[in-house]
Design a protein around this ligand. Sequence first.
Ligand code: ADP
Ligand code: MG
Length: 680
Amino acid sequence: MADLSTDVRHIKGVGEQRAKALNRLGIFTLRDLIAWFPRRYEDRTQTRRIADLAEGETACVAAMVAAPPAVTHVRKGMDLVKLRAVDESGVLDVTFFNQTWLKNSLQPGETYIFCGRAEGAHQRRKMTSPIVEPEGRREATGRIVPIYPLTAGVSQLVLSRSIRQGLDACAGILPDILPDDLRQEHELCRIEFAYENIHFPESPEALALARRRLAFEELFLFAIGLRQLKNRREVVHVAPCEAVDMTPFYEALPFRLTNAQKRCVEEALESMRSGLPMNRLCQGDVGSGKTMVAAACVYFCVKNGRQAALMAPTEILAQQHFAGLSPLMERLGIRCALLTGSTPAKAKRETAAQLAGGELNFAIGTHALITGNIVYQNLGLVVTDEQHRFGVAQRAALAAKGEHPHTLVMSATPIPRTLALILYGDLDVSVIDELPPGRQPIETYVVPGSYHTRVYTFLRKLIGQGRQAYVVCPQVSENEEQPDERKAVTEYAKMLQTTVFPELNIAFVHGKMKPKEKEAVMQAFANHETDILVSTTVIEVGVDVPNAAVMVVENAEMFGLSQLHQLRGRVGRGKHQSYCILISDNRNEETRQRLKVMAKTADGFKIAEEDLRLRGPGDFFGERQHGLPGLKVADLGCDTKLLQEAQGAADALLFKDPSLGLYPALAERVDLLFSQSTLN
Ligand code: ADP
Ligand code: MG
């Protein structure tokens, strides 16, 4: 009898030839085969009358072949099969390209289902290369048809027939890894029903049930795996940090920490004193003051005689962190260095030597901090800023440089809680849910392009009052197909300077400039040598200019909401009333609604939830960058409720049976899932 690891070659009705084709898709075992889920479905349950077909509509008709199909040889490699089919309402002329075998398989007088795009009107309706099968076969038509991801040499039909054989071979051997009581509690269908109906849905309702069950299972396995990972990690013991008098640090700050900041610092210090490696995510909206939480941890770590590293996703941000933190740190007797890709070779060598020798306490930089030849004498803490831009692998690479250093991940993109659970289920989480005092809410407006003159007048007024402004454009260079000067940073800056604001100082910065140039421009803006900074999203993360009070975003529809929120966070960092003006001529209703969310709320979490709902998780994390085991059925954008349910179920089960000793099949599946993941 077959089991799930049976080679697909040995499945009845598959055979060598098809097996080879399936292998090309990465399908080797029976398990792979039945878990090759459809990408989407087409409902081909209904047939229409030929006369009722609207031009351009895709539909199925049941029609009788009226005369033997005719083959015409057009030229080498191009043969046409033409036939006429009829139903009681009209005539359909059908043409196939290079499918000469159809001449013999389509019998005059027999009725077939033709499924395709209808062309032509009235009496002369036509279809070109429709899907065709005998009436009653109900394989490619007559049902809700799964559409699978394919590769060359494998057709939908081959795949769907192979999967049919696969499912038949599975009869009675599919283990249901979800315990019965759990299945009942969460109203999940049986595994056989789920696999049958995800591939061959009896009805839309059955498909929904199947989908729900399989998505739940994925999320549930995932949640269990992450929980176990977390539990496993906590087994490592490290020398606990000693308590440190933090007073000198707090006294060196120009402000008092907010209660939320204090709480996060305390939570972090407590972890570092526990004797277990800290693995903490500090989440806070833009401007909530995460840097100072990190700084407090660095101080604490260095006073414990160990080194700390802070890794930022961009050169500019690393430089700004260095500029902001090193005076404070040096005053406290902590020796800092900046290490980025553009650090000159000689300085790099010196810094590397001092890190290895222990003369430096604190390294700030980009991923240059984790490149091969950098060695630390004793790295005790790794802070990564804006974590979502780093892959998990990079985080691990840096962590590997020390003996289980404590890690603190600062996330400025408020990640929807559901997504944070998935991505950081193995981390402890601190949330800075309070902004420093005195911040005024940023007034946000969504306006059409016809408002440009008014926007410029407004900018002139605020700049006259001593403020500065950002103008963000979505593209670096002129795109010839969309000649819109506002999309091009350089062109736009030039236009503003020459025709709108000849009296002001305008600068621009974009990602294609050399790091040194970028830094100089940012620095000049921070020093108020320029009034308006035209830029791409390079200013998105972290750059701090408290005097900047206006953020204008051109073609705002081209940005994700979370990205707009990040951009908006660049203003309102000082004591001045600040504004965010989103310019968009896009009339699409959905786009307008999306942009309006920005005007309605300043809550980064809400915005992120909305973004996730509208655009899916891909925008938070580059595809697969997070190194998570693939979710094939579950959709993080839509299945948030289900995720919470699965998470709860996982917690409950692990509480009852932490080692999963009672559920060996489940334990095996979790291991399998995570053995393919880079999270380990
Ligand atoms: P983010 O969380 O976005 O990284 P930052 O750490 O850059 O925020 O802080 C934003 C601004 O708020 C900085 O100018 C910082 O100096 C200031 N800031 C941080 N904490 C406080 C506080 N407790 N009181 C007043 N200002 C603060
Ligand atoms: Mg920051």
